[in-house]
Design a protein around this ligand. Structure first.
Ligand SMILES: [Zn+2]
Length: 295
């Protein structure tokens, strides 16, 4: 049984709660913190925002703690993000993996593409959130929403998210809190239309997280795309590309998803019309196109 565990802040990334536990525990090693919380010291897949072994932690929370497994999953991990485009059965499997000790296949079950977009180099932060959190809570923390693939600006402050000094791949090895030493801005800023475009698309992603519809599977989705694009005369790759460029602007597309730009038409068509054949779901591309079909 733990003596304490930090009460999560609004929109706090689970990893951040573990960092705050580590700091307060006075543990000298990260390994000891792992043992305290998870009873094992193996590396965890924090980097995807899809940690596992959560049931072990919940079961040893101090008496009186009201934190539940559901709360953790829904409010403090990327589970709501990655459960999109998964059938109920697949969602159940992902949830089981996050609750349990096995972690190896989490990325596979969540169907995460092996792209930089989904495996960023650094944890991100918003300078204004940082200042406000410090003022309001006396400490800072990693925000969940700032880590969503495809979100490039803080949706509260409309400023560009900055890369911190904390490498995402280091997250499994140590607990680096979002403090002023780690959160030094990289000077990124956007203006005018680009900022607005990034913000609008960020709001689309945020909205998707709130939708709770039973997903029927990728085969049905492919047919929906076919019909939707046909209706708009966008079934041809070139036309679809033109519509995407017009709707979002090349700058916004390139900032959010640079890897698709080299071969935009072919890539997007493959994602949509071949979606039932792929092992991975490039969610951001789907949301780009939904934005065109559904508006
Ligand atoms: Zn902010």
């Amino acid at each position: 049984m733990l003596y304490f565990f930090p009460i999560p802040y609004p929109d706090e990334l689970f990893y951040s709660m573990v960092c705050r536990y580590h700091v307060r525990s006075g543990n000298r090693s990260f390994r000891q913190t792992q043992l305290d919380l998870f009873e094992t010291a193996g590396t965890k897949q924090y980097y995807l925002g899809l940690p596992n072994n959560l049931a072990t932690l919940i079961n040893q929370l101090p008496f009186g703690s009201s934190l539940t497994l559901n709360q953790l999953l829904e409010k403090h991990t990327l589970f709501p993000y990655y459960q999109t485009f998964l059938t109920n059965r697949e969602v159940k499997r992902l949830r089981e993996l996050m609750e349990g000790k096995e972690s190896k296949s989490i990325a596979q079950v969540a169907k995460i593409p092996k792209l930089k977009l989904y495996y960023p180099d650094y944890l991100r932060f918003c300078p204004q959130c940082l200042a406000e959190d410090l003022q309001q809570y006396g400490e800072t923390y990693w925000h969940l929403e700032h880590q969503f693939p495809g979100i490039k600006v803080c949706l509260n402050h409309r400023v560009g998210l900055q890369n911190s000094r904390v490498l995402v791949e280091e997250m499994g090895k140590g607990f680096m809190a979002a403090d002023e030493e780690n959160c030094v801005g990289d000077g990124v800023s956007y203006d005018g239309e680009v900022l607005q475009g990034l913000w609008v698309f960020g709001k689309v992603i945020e909205g998707k997280m709130r939708e709770r519809r039973g997903f029927k599977g990728l085969e049905g989705l492919r047919d929906e795309y076919k019909q939707g694009l046909m209706k708009l005369g966008l079934l041809e790759e070139e036309r679809l590309v033109a519509a995407m460029l017009e709707r979002y602007g090349e700058g916004v597309l390139r900032l959010i998803h640079p890897e698709m730009m080299e071969n935009l038409g072919e890539y997007v068509s493959g994602c949509l019309l071949g979606c039932d054949l792929l092992q991975e779901v490039d969610r951001v591309v789907h949301w780009f196109v939904e934005g065109i079909i559904l508006t």
